[in-house]
Write a protein that binds this ligand. Structure first.
Ligand code: ATP
Length: 254
């Protein structure tokens, strides 16, 4: 990857032809003292991961697998909002570099034509009440021409949607530029106040019926948009409004 025109986000890039997972690499760089904004990028992952121990399909040469190391001076409870800051930045970066109408599926996926194009996985290392570091991993399906059978219905790649081969480095640079901007907006208020409107404007679930899959209950509700804490506001059948926290539920379109 050539130099990225940012101040700190992705200024220092570690590139791997093949690795287990870029989140593991970024975490290790963090433990070795690498600076805020260091980026690990791989051409292939052998153990790409998703949320809740699920896997991330990571074939060689056709996608973006990258993880950024952050050292945010915020209380650990605020770190999950960084996932939404990244989701917005990936959406903006993809729109800028590809001119495609990507949308955000709350909290952390990017979809194109209703299919999953990007996954984001945030992990953090904390001491009792402060953050050592946060790693945000981003997997973007770029030039995959096919997907495993179980994914082919619900996932896609830029190439599958456009029929063209897409260059990866301009996307990485655009996402890093967007993230650098949005991260400083986030630090100003330590919440999503300054990004809420834009995030909601890109939200695929907005003003749609969704199914909330929580540990305790599952129900259908009408999604209104996110609040400044990044929770999804939903209206239930009985007319009450509820804020749903991303760590606790999955959301499906119905
Ligand atoms: P969900 O959409 O089920 O709520 P999630 O956000 O909890 O998913 P992620 O961590 O984003 O899950 O991604 C893991 C899931 O994404 C896997 O269980 C698999 O179904 C799907 N997946 C795996 N690899 C890819 C890929 N390359 N592209 C799109 N989807 C993938």
């Amino acid at each position: 990857t050539s130099q990225i025109d940012t101040v700190w986000a992705g200024k220092q890039v570690y590139y791997y032809n093949e690795t287990d997972s870029t989140n593991i690499r970024a975490k290790q760089l963090g433990e070795e003292g690498a600076p805020h904004g260091t980026l690990a990028v791989a051409d292939q992952q052998n153990a790409g991961r998703g949320r809740r121990g699920r896997g991330w399909e990571s074939p060689k040469g056709c996608s973006i697998y990258m993880s950024i190391l952050l050292r945010p001076e915020i209380p650990p409870v605020k770190a999950p909002m960084l996932t939404l800051v990244m989701a917005l930045s990936v959406a903006e970066g993809l729109k800028e570099s590809t001119e495609l109408d990507v949308e955000i599926k709350w909290p952390n996926d990017i979809v194109l034509n209703g299919k999953k194009l990007v996954g984001i996985l945030t992990e953090m290392s904390t001491e009792i009440d402060y953050i050592n570091h946060v790693v945000i991993g981003v997997g973007i399906n770029v030039n995959m021409t096919g997907l495993p059978k179980e994914l082919s219905e619900k996932a896609t790649s830029l190439r599958l949607e456009t029929g063209r081969i897409v260059k990866r480095s301009p996307i990485i640079a655009a996402v890093m530029r967007s993230f650098e901007k949005n991260y400083s907006l986030f630090l100003e208020t330590q919440d999503l106040e300054k990004m809420q409107e834009e995030y909601n404007s890109l939200l695929v679930n907005r003003e749609k019926e969704v199914r909330i899959l929580g540990a305790k209950e599952q129900y259908n509700a009408y999604a209104l948009g996110v609040n400044k804490e990044g929770e999804l506001l939903v209206r239930r059948g009985d007319g009450t409004t509820e804020a749903v926290f991303a760590g606790e539920v999955s959301v499906r379109g119905v």
